[in-house]
Design a protein around this ligand. Structure first.
Ligand code: COS
Length: 385
């Protein structure tokens, strides 16, 4: 791996996350995947190591770092377990709307709790009929006096049930299209807020995915994000602009983990009287896997740096990072299973999990087909004369 000009602080985060992942996650990864559980211990370890404070400004209890730090941490955790990384990164997905659009009071109230790791966050947009079509949400929020009353259902929510703080997207005016959507900060335990089915998933199984149910849920008007109705769609799009490089970093970590397993296996597996790593066919596969992973990594960190520099119109680049990195992860993990041969297909070996975990990175926070739409619409805007 190249240096990427990481600062001393960034290198420290990388080393710390690698150590935590190797010592505290690797020994349990298979068990957590099988049982579909994420023990609180590991979240506590992240909290004690200040990993939830990455990306959050110092005045709100954070370390004041940027997206590069978050990508480094997410990549390192994913190199061992993409499911644990999903829960970790999803807390930032719930946090970004508050950081980007919250009022000063909202930031002061919620960001320190998230930064300390005392409270996990989650982002709730998706509904049974609103996935790629983000503007099609039907969860309603009606203003009554000094409260909003929310009714509806969200599904496929990462950290659903485990998180204490939720950013929820709901309709405040159904006649205004994307401009009739608003965002709310809602705490677990709010009257009328309950959890439905926990999903059983193909991959990232350590991480919880649940339905959220709102039945006359009463949300104080102070919890309307940014204090303004109608900004929910832009909140969602700008949040994804920030969070998609994190999914891309998760994908790079999964690709790296699968690649390392494949090299090690190829170097030990004897067939036809020699190590299979001595066959050029295997060497070419490994070289392709390594080159693609490095290319994806280079894109992820250059986009994350651009976000940290405050560059505008970052959406298409974020989409490109997620598109390239997730397709790379899927291909590299599939090739890693191929190199393991029959053993790769068996659960006794860790590599099949990487293939299962890779798949979601092509789907969540916008399918890769949606990323292509984001990229294409930008191209047309700029060059479609
Ligand atoms: N930043 C700021 N504004 C943005 C934006 C961005 N990244 N993307 C869109 N907007 C604005 C547009 O400029 C437009 O504003 P005007 O009405 O002033 O022109 C408004 O938002 C509506 O945009 P658009 O017409 O493009 O909306 P669409 O409904 O056609 O949405 C896509 C387009 C497909 C890009 C959007 O629906 C999307 O990203 N979907 C994927 C959602 C997703 O990721 N779901 C998975 C959830 S898993 S957590």
């Amino acid at each position: 791996m190249f240096d990427y000009g990481f600062t001393e602080e960034e290198k420290m985060i990388k080393d710390l996350c690698r150590q935590i992942a190797e010592e505290k996650i690797r020994p349990h990864s298979q068990e957590w995947d099988e049982k579909e559980e994420l023990p609180e211990n590991i979240l506590k370890t992240f909290a004690e190591s200040d990993l939830f404070s990455i990306c959050i400004p110092e005045q709100y209890g954070g370390m004041g770092g940027g997206l590069v730090d978050l990508c480094i941490a997410t990549e390192e955790i994913s190199r061992i377990d993409g499911g644990v990384a999903a829960s970790y990164a999803a807390s930032f997905l719930g946090m970004f709307p508050i950081l980007l659009f919250g009022t000063e009071e909202q930031k002061k109230k919620y960001l320190p709790e998230i930064a300390s790791g005392k409270k996990l966050a989650a982002f709730a947009l998706t509904e049974p009929e609103a996935g790629s079509d983000a503007a099609a949400v039907t969860t309603r929020a009606e203003k009554k006096g000094d409260k909003y009353i929310l009714n509806g259902l969200k599904h496929f929510i990462t950290n659903g049930g485990d998180a204490e703080i939720y950013t929820i997207i709901a309709l405040t005016n159904k006649n205004k299209g994307p401009r009739g959507i608003s965002a709310f900060i809602v705490e677990k335990g709010t009257k009328g807020f309950s959890f439905g089915k926990k999903e059983e998933k193909l991959g990232i199984r350590a991480s919880s995915t649940r339905e959220l149910i709102f039945e006359d849920m009463q949300v104080p008007k102070e919890n309307l994000l940014g204090g303004k109705e109608g900004s929910g769609f832009i909140v969602t799009m700008r949040t994804f602009d920030q969070s998609r490089p994190g999914v891309a970093a998760q994908a790079v970590g999964i690709a790296q983990g699968a690649l390392e397993l494949a090299v090690s296996y190829a170097h030990n597996r004897m067939q036809f009287g020699q190590k299979i790593s001595s066959f050029q066919g295997i060497q070419w596969m490994l070289a392709d896997m390594a080159a693609k992973t490095e290319a994806a990594r280079a894109l992820v960190y250059s986009v994350a740096r651009a976000v940290d520099r405050g560059e505008k119109n970052i959406g298409p680049a974020s989409a490109a990072a997620k598109l390239i990195a997730s397709d790379t992860a899927m291909q590299v993990a599939t090739d890693a299973v191929q190199i393991f041969g029959g053993y790769g297909y068996m659960k006794d070996y860790p590599v099949e999990k990487f293939m299962r975990d890779a798949k979601i990175t092509q789907i969540y926070e916008g399918t890769n087909q949606i990323q292509k739409i984001v990229i294409a619409l930008d191209l047309i805007k700029r060059y479609g004369k």
